[in-house]
Design a protein around this ligand. Structure first.
Ligand code: ADP
Length: 663
């Protein structure tokens, strides 16, 4: 029996595993990097061991440090979570050699599914339908281009070691093939240290439907039905649900049987997911699904399966790893209702989903009949070192419509300040007409991107309220002022100038006190009179009357911003920080990092002539590659960074000669 589990992970999945272990009476050990000293998973675990610096390669991927932590704390099992070492067979072997239980499949099963090409060959043998394509050894451009022609365009190039949609390129015609191949190779090399690829038929109107499987060490395998993960952006899952909308019973049975067959072919033990690509051009048909890959771990989206089956998959993992038989047989499993999960990320949907960082100055999740799996709490920092996921919000309903409506409502009541998030985008997706009607495929988000990412400008009375809150002139009841302010000013000259930045532009407002609770805010083309009715003690709840309508909103202020949560939307107004705005204004002569990250390639040197839009620096941030290009035609004056440098956002990387100098 397992008595103490070390979780070789961080964030929400580490917290998730700790919760179940605790419920089962099992002790827990967290490991953490220097950047995670104060992280939630460290606080939640019974014991915690520092394993190294912030970079994952120096901490969460450091096998020896993790094994040493297990030894020092007397843990008898290791749960890998997802990502990091979860699908690393060498790690599994080392864990087992150290006499510990790995809560996951065998090294052999992971190896069998680790490379997409070998896995496909294996599945063909096991009679599992596989997408037509080339997954052989040859890697020369002529061979691959020839195979692409035989398969027929469009095709998809995939890194054989791929994951997370990286190293993957859709190619529509022969002319684009060479460029797509080299860029897929470059990304594959950078991400996996392996630039070998495979080419397969690009399925049109594709839906991503995956089957949750579970095996035990006694040879039993069951499936826990499907999840639909077709709501994707750049091959990355955005919203996941179970069951799949419109799934016919016979197709569910066929996919479940194929997934069980796949798992049995590798004597699979533990939780796994068999991913299929489905051609939904003519609805869902039992002969239109093909194996893509098997993920030999617990998935990010496992909660939707838990909510429709009423099971705890982490508990099953722990039981099976202890040698117990699966708790249920296939015929005892059933689907109850519908569940939908949304992934909240620190990213700016309006700016091409640019990853963001920042301190979560305010964080409040909705109460009630909603599940929130988070790995952070208020005050925590989203750093560039790890995945910028803040939380998963999961709703369950009797029907899909009910679950979607609950989820959209919960997202609207989620309050996050201190960084931008994709919350509004997710809520809009829940209400998107196509998505709500179940007309989904992996291209839906891209097709409807404009409406899904459309900014919702703050109404005048909300901008005015933000200016009033930021002015610091409103004392909170009970004596404590919203921000420090002298009594003379409250009762004396009742007027202040407040500067706020809205969508990148600075606006000055005049805030005036006209009577006891009567205020006027003017400037930037607005003039709003309002009566303040109540402000809660900590300054979060505001009730006011403007244009004769009584309104309520929530406010969270920090040194850098005012966030107003109103009618399901977050309106974030920044308080300009003098120096940084000046730096950014100089952008015309400089290439400036838009987010913190690592410099991967520098493509220019001093003296080089560049055209506006030429790639100059390639950065990696949040595990994504980002190309920074020349802001105008010109000549490079100076390159200020070297490959490998870590930079924060707003830093000048390359400067151009000023016009007069260059002439
Ligand atoms: P990764 O391991 O990098 O996540 P997958 O093989 O799981 O890559 O594919 C990720 C996504 O790419 C799928 O969910 C699907 O949306 C899309 N995709 C993969 N293969 C195909 C295909 N043959 N045709 C169309 N879309 C595909």
């Amino acid at each position: 029996m397992i008595t103490k589990i070390l979780i070789a992970n961080r964030g929400e999945i580490a917290c998730r595993v700790i919760r179940t272990a605790r419920m089962m009476g099992i002790a827990t050990v967290a490991v953490y990097s220097e950047a995670d000293r104060n992280a939630l998973h460290v606080e939640m675990a019974d014991e915690a061991v520092l394993i190294g610096p912030a970079q994952a390669s120096e901490s969460y991927l450091k096998v020896d440090a993790i094994l040493d932590a297990a030894k020092r704390t007397g843990a008898d099992a290791i749960h890998p979570g997802y990502g990091f070492l979860s699908e690393n067979p060498d790690f599994v072997e080392k864990v087992e050699r150290a006499g510990l239980i790995f809560i996951g499949p065998s090294a052999k099963a992971i190896r069998a599914m680790g490379l997409k090409d070998a896995a496909k060959a294996l599945m063909e043998k096991a009679n599992v339908p596989v997408v037509p394509g080339y997954h052989g050894e040859a890697q020369e451009l002529v061979v691959l281009a020839g195979k692409a022609n035989e398969i027929g365009f469009p095709v998809l190039i995939k890194a054989r070691a791929g994951g997370g949609g990286k190293g993957m390129r859709k190619v529509d015609n022969q002319a684009d093939f060479p460029a797509a191949l080299s860029s897929a190779r470059r990304e594959a090399k950078a991400s996996f240290g392996d630039d070998r690829v495979l080419v397969e038929k690009y399925v049109t109107t594709p839906r991503h439907i995956e089957i949750q499987v579970f095996g035990d060490s006694h040879g039993n395998v069951v499936h826990l039905f499907e999840r639909d993960c077709s709501a994707q952006r750049r091959h990355q899952k955005v919203i996941e649900e179970a069951p799949a909308p419109g799934m016919p019973a016979e197709m569910r049975a066929a996919m479940g049987a194929a997934a069980v067959q796949a798992a049995k072919a590798i004597s699979y033990c533990g939780a796994g997911t068999v991913e299929f690509i489905v051609d939904a051009s003519e609805g869902l048909n039992p002969d239109r699904f093909w194996f893509m890959e098997m993920n030999t771990r617990l998935q990010v989206e496992h909660p939707v399966t838990e909510l429709i089956t009423g099971l705890d998959l982490v508990e099953w993992q722990i039981r099976v790893a202890s040698g117990e038989a699966l708790p249920m047989r296939q015929e005892e499993l059933a689907i109850n209702g519908h569940a939908v999960e949304a992934r909240i990320y620190a990213e700016d949907a309006g700016k091409g989903f640019l990853p963001a960082v920042g301190r979560l100055a305010h964080l409040a999740f909705p109460n009630g009949d909603i599940r929130v799996d988070a790995g952070v709490r208020e005050g925590d920092e989203i750093t560039p070192f790890y995945d910028p996921m803040i939380a998963k919000v999961i709703a369950h309903g009797k029907t899909r419509a009910e679950a979607l409506s609950k989820l959209a409502g919960a997202l609207g009541r989620t309050e996050i300040a201190g960084t931008v998030t994709n919350t509004a985008f997710l809520a809009k997706l829940c209400r998107d007409a196509d998505f709500a009607a179940g007309r989904l495929d992996t291209g839906l988000i891209e097709r409807n991107l404009a409406s899904l990412t459309e900014a919702e400008p703050a109404p005048d009375h909300i901008v005015a309220l933000a200016a009033l809150a930021a002015s610091g002139m409103v004392p909170a009841p009970g004596g404590g002022a919203v921000s420090a302010i002298g009594p003379f000013e409250i009762w004396g000259a009742p007027r202040r100038r407040v500067v706020l930045e809205i969508d990148g532009a600075e606006h000055a407002f005049q805030v005036e006190r006209l009577g006891a609770d009567h205020w006027r805010v003017s400037g930037a083309g607005l003039a709003v009179d309002m009566d303040l009715e109540a402000v809660s003690a900590r300054g979060h709840d505001w009730a006011f009357r403007a244009d004769g309508v009584a309104r309520r909103c929530r406010v969270a202020q920090s040194e850098r911003s005012v966030a107003v949560f109103y009618e399901g939307l977050t309106h974030l107004l920044s308080k300009p920080q003098g120096k940084r705005s000046d730096d950014l204004a100089a952008g015309g002569d400089q290439v400036i990092s838009a987010m913190p990250g690592i410099v991967k390639h520098v493509l220019v040197e001093a003296g080089a002539s560049v055209k506006s839009g030429d790639a100059m620096v390639i950065m990696e941030a949040m595990k994504m590659e980002m190309t920074l290009s020349a802001p105008r035609d010109g000549v490079v004056a100076e390159v200020l960074v070297a490959v490998g440098a870590q930079v924060t956002d707003g830093v000048s990387l390359v400067t151009l000669q000023v016009e007069a100098e260059a002439a």
